[in-house]
Write a protein that binds this ligand. Structure first.
Ligand code: GAP
Length: 547
């Protein structure tokens, strides 16, 4: 079960996110839109800092002349920014058109829609009456949910709950139906009042559709991209031909992706519109296993370097049965989000060994795996089911004189999930002495300074005696170097509290002593240590700390 502490912690994080302008429900004045979120002034800065850190660490700041720690050789990195709407054939060859779907099930009674694979259930009996009770709660929450549902269904009071006889074990509804242990007719939907209201499961493609141009006919059908990756594959040749990169090299892209998720949930974790930070790394097939390990370890370290708590992160290699249709190996970097049950982790990023699936699909046509081999899928007429571009996307190594279709390692991260993980991880409650030395509880967001939306706040102790003038001059010098705020409203304690909630690592206070000895108080958000530093040096000092 979600730990009570963690549930209230998550509620507090959601409330802080709203109250302080990190994240708002989209279109909130119209009641919001399920699965869509807006980033407020602090949130947009946090997410932008995260994306900038990724772009700097993976692309712009990458040293292509040196061999990075753990890398098999030096490599190059290039960037791209592709369109959200692409040629519909892209999605046919990538497999998304045929395979990117979930099974969903509707409830005629509650009018709710569920992912079929998310429904769990167990048979309950009371005084000769039986029903297969279901829930869409996960983990340890499921048994408690089922017990409450059964109690309500049989019209029992809490003290009569023990009269319910449970038959069999808790199991996925799909498994129970396949094994004949349940039927839709005797299944009670998670929010239904009577059994038999769930519809047959139906396939539901997760791609958002649109129409291009004025005619809006079926030929003009197009899709919002469900991943940024395909823009990189279809531009592989363009990048090779124009930027003189040599294999091994990576192409990176940050951008919006869209998935019509059946059950968006857990704040921004599963949204319908979100941002991805993806790298497609092209290498010689023989070296691909080594590059896969390199990227898995490199991406894992990135989260730790930016301060995510090691004990809440997990690196999980997928089992064979979990691999996507294209993947020959995948690892997930996962975080113990507070909305998850004890011991559960949610995916932040997947690092997939995609082999040559994508480049070959865009050359030859949609591939399928048959007897362990990737072959072009054909229709009943023997022709390719989805035709490829016919363009040669192989690579010629002019030193080794080899021609091959590169293999691809793909570290694919979600910018919104990472932002949420950093926010959850940074959220703390502790006690600090107030101005009279009495303990006062505070909420503090301990973000890494690189991610913090505001790096420093400049606070004149009082609004007189020349302090605001000195403070404004410092604020203007600081502003040229980093995001900072000037605040002269309220007691200094309240101003510190505001900055703690915003995650600002440093506060600079201008007081009476500043006017006499030209020093300021530098307060550290986490240690609460206050040191006096020369006014003339403080800007350089903070800039160095951020570097
Ligand atoms: N190109 C591979 C790919 O898209 P994925 O595992 O489906 O792989 C990669 O997505 C990352 O994108 C995930 O690890 C997650 O961080 C993010 N992501 C996927 N679906 C999401 C959603 N509905 N809401 C927020 N982030 C999502």
């Amino acid at each position: 079960m979600t730990k009570p502490d963690d549930q209230s912690r998550m509620d507090k994080i959601v409330s802080l996110a709203k109250r302080r302008g990190f994240i708002f429900p989209s279109s909130e004045i119209y009641g919001g839109l399920n699965g869509f979120w807006d980033y407020g002034p602090l949130g947009v800065a946090l997410k932008r800092n995260l994306k900038d850190a990724w772009w700097h660490d993976m692309v712009a700041g990458h040293d292509e002349l040196a061999t990075a720690a753990g890398a098999p050789s030096p490599y190059e990195m290039a960037g791209l920014d592709c369109t959200i709407i692409m040629h519909p054939q892209v999605w046919k060859c990538s497999g998304h058109f045929d395979l990117f779907h979930d099974w969903m099930i509707d409830c005629r009674d509650s009018k709710k829609r569920y992912r079929y694979d998310h429904l769990l259930g167990r048979r309950a009996a009371h005084r000769g009456k039986q029903v297969f009770v279901t829930t869409d709660a996960s983990g340890d929450d499921a048994p408690a949910e089922l017990a409450a549902r059964a109690q309500k269904f049989f019209g029992l009071r809490a003290k009569q709950a023990s009269e319910i006889e449970w038959v069999g074990e808790l199991e996925p509804l799909a498994a129970a139906i396949t094994a004949g242990g349940a039927s839709l007719a005797d299944t009670l939907g998670p929010d239904a009042t009577a059994p038999g209201t769930l519809t047959e499961p139906r396939e539901f493609n997760l791609m958002f559709e649109t129409r291009i141009g004025a005619m809006a006919s079926d030929e003009d059908r197009a899709f919002l991209r469900p991943e940024t990756a395909q823009g990189i594959f279809v531009n592989f040749k363009n990048v090779c031909d124009t930027s003189r990169v040599r294999v091994p090299f990576g192409i990176a892209q940050i951008g919006k992706s869209f998935r019509n998720e059946i059950t968006p949930r857990n704040f921004t974790f599963r949204s319908r519109e979100f941002e991805q930070m993806e790298i497609e790394f092209f290498c010689r097939p023989a070296d691909s296993a080594e590059w896969y390990r390199y990227w898995r370890d490199r991406r894992w370290k990135w989260y730790l370097d930016l301060g995510l708590t090691a004990g809440k992160l997990q690196l999980r290699e997928h089992g064979q049965d979990e691999l996507s249709h294209y993947s020959v190996g995948t690892a997930d970097i996962e975080y113990a989000f507070p909305f998850l049950a004890e011991g559960e982790f949610g995916e932040l990023e997947g690092i997939a060994h995609r082999g040559d699936f994508d480049l070959r699909s865009h050359m030859e046509g949609k591939l399928v795996r048959r007897d362990g081999e990737l072959v072009v899928e054909t229709g009943e007429d023997g022709k390719p089911r989805h035709r490829g571009s016919g363009k040669d996307l192989s690579y010629f190594d002019d030193i080794s004189r080899e021609r091959y279709v590169p293999h691809v390692i793909e570290p694919s991260a979600g910018a919104d999930r990472a932002t949420l993980a950093f926010l959850c991880d940074a959220y703390h409650e502790d006690e600090v002495p107030d101005e009279d030395g009495k303990p006062r509880s505070r909420t503090v967001v301990k973000l890494h300074p690189k991610l913090a939306p505001v790096k420093a706040a400049v606070l004149p102790l009082v609004k007189k005696d020349g302090m605001p003038e000195v403070a404004i001059d410092l604020y203007r010098r600081l502003k040229r170097q980093m995001a900072c705020q000037y605040d002269e409203k309220g007691s200094v304690g309240r101003r510190y509290a505001r900055q703690d909630e915003a995650g600002t690592p440093w506060c600079l206070t201008i007081d009476g002593q500043t006017l006499s000895d030209q020093t300021v108080t530098l307060r550290d958000r986490d240690s609460l240590v206050q040191e006096r530093v020369p006014l003339a040096e403080v800007v350089d000092m903070l800039r160095d700390r951020l570097a």
